[in-house]
Design a protein around this ligand. Structure first.
Ligand code: HSE
Length: 308
């Protein structure tokens, strides 16, 4: 009655898909250990790796909230103890809050005999996101649960679609050592979008969908642009333009902000190139006196998984 689960980092938005597109990587990610007990309460016994910054209160922690939402929906009042092992940095734009919630959800679903599909778990993970940043966006949690590139076609009612995308893409994630809260990065956005920007964004997201499904690298490359969030948020990332430029010059198909930042991502058609892109991006961040971590991974196809 004890289980360990892993949920990976995710790149939300992918430039042109603000709040509607994301993909998962293989690592890094968060881990949880869930143990059933007789208490009929959901509790967090420990969190490792957060520097004491995350709440142990299960009604305020993404892992606790996700498990509570899940149990309520299946009409069970189980006692669950959660241990959370954070490997993803907080406020990084790598889907840290999503990974904790999703790992806990996949674990509790498994312990209960998998009553819900991965797609059906998305709403519960969204509740965790609401607690974490005030907005129940699904573009991290859906790919974290389902793997690959996932489109949130609609939020009301929720319609989440796994894209039959090429499996031959490698992601470079470069996490500069600054922290941005998603809630802050959302607050700065304008509530309305002008028609010209909306047209450009629509063309690019449609182009990216076609590029991904037909493995048209040139089309993917032309479509990795964001006219909505990036023009505003890039100001919070020192050297943003230059970092993106060196990534593309080195051969990446495109580069942009991962989720709400400050992590920047790039996509490449092969592993060696993705590594090289990471090196040049890291060097470029150093010019702004920013140290960073680089993660290179194939786009993850399975999403979160049970470890034992
Ligand atoms: N789509 C969300 C945002 C992702 O950009 O605010 C947050 O990780």
């Amino acid at each position: 009655m004890k289980i360990k689960a892993f949920a990976p980092a995710t790149v939300a938005n992918v430039c042109c898909g603000f709040d509607v597109l994301g993909f998962a990587v293989n690592f890094p990610g968060d881990e949880v250990i869930l143990t059933l007990n007789m208490s009929r309460e959901v509790t967090l016994s420990k969190i490792v790796g957060d520097g004491g910054r995350l709440p142990l209160d299960a009604t305020k922690n993404t892992a606790g909230v996700a498990v509570q939402s899940f149990l309520k929906s299946i009409g069970k009042r189980e006692g669950v103890e959660i241990e959370l092992y954070k490997n993803l940095p907080l406020g990084s734009g790598m889907g840290s809050s999503a990974a904790s919630g999703v790992a806990a959800l996949v674990a509790i679903n498994h312990l209960m005999g998998n009553p819900l599909t991965r797609g059906q778990l998305v709403v519960h993970a969204m509740e965790a996101e609401r607690i974490a940043c005030g907005s129940a966006h699904a573009d991290n949690v859906a790919p974290c649960l389902m793997g690959g590139f996932v489109l949130v076609r609609d939020y009301n009612p929720l319609d989440v679609v796994k894209i039959p995308a090429t499996k031959n893409l490698y992601a470079t994630l470069v996490h500069p050592h600054i922290e941005l809260k998603t809630s802050d990065s959302r607050r700065v956005l304008k509530p309305t979008v002008n028609l010209k920007d909306a047209i450009a964004q629509t063309g690019n997201i449609a182009g990216l969908m076609i590029g991904l499904t037909t493995e048209d690298y040139s089309l993917i490359s032309r479509s990795l642009k964001d006219t909505i969030a990036e023009p505003i948020r890039s100001a919070f990332i020192p050297g943003f333009e230059q970092v993106r430029e060196v990534a593309v010059k080195a051969g990446a198909l495109g580069s942009g902000i991962s989720g709400s930042g400050p992590t920047m991502f790039a996509l490449s058609p092969d592993h060696a190139l993705a590594e090289k892109v990471g090196e040049v991006m890291q060097l470029e961040f150093l010019k702004s006196n920013l140290k960073s971590e680089v993660y290179v991974s194939k786009v993850n196809q399975e999403g979160a998984r049970i470890l034992d």
